[in-house]
Design a protein around this ligand. Structure first.
Ligand SMILES: [Zn+2]
Length: 97
């Protein structure tokens, strides 16, 4: 019984740490997908139109739509973090930039 307790005491924290790392990596991939979509969308805008000049700096997460992700869902944090886009860079309320 003592050995089982020791195994659980070692394995459970490692399992939790591994799960946290996985969620963090998945969140980073989701943020990266958003950043790519922002750059691609920005490059399709008519930048001679002054209304579009600062689009990348002013865009918000709420402005994203699934056509920017070729029909895929809009990326979200696997841990339920809230994404905000500040000066064209996506930040997660849980995992940061
Ligand atoms: Zn996140």
């Amino acid at each position: 019984m003592l050995i089982l307790g020791i195994i659980i005491a070692v394995a459970v924290p490692k399992f939790i740490a591994l799960n946290n790392e996985t969620a963090q990596a998945r969140c980073a991939a989701e943020r990266s997908a958003i950043n790519s979509a922002l750059i691609i969308t920005y490059n399709t805008l008519n930048l001679r139109d002054p209304a579009n000049a600062n689009w990348l700096l002013l865009v918000h997460y709420e402005d994203l739509n699934d056509t920017m992700f070729t029909g895929r869902r809009i990326p979200t944090c696997p841990d339920g973090g809230i994404y905000t886009i500040v000066n064209g860079e996506v930040e997660c309320s849980i995992h940061g930039k």
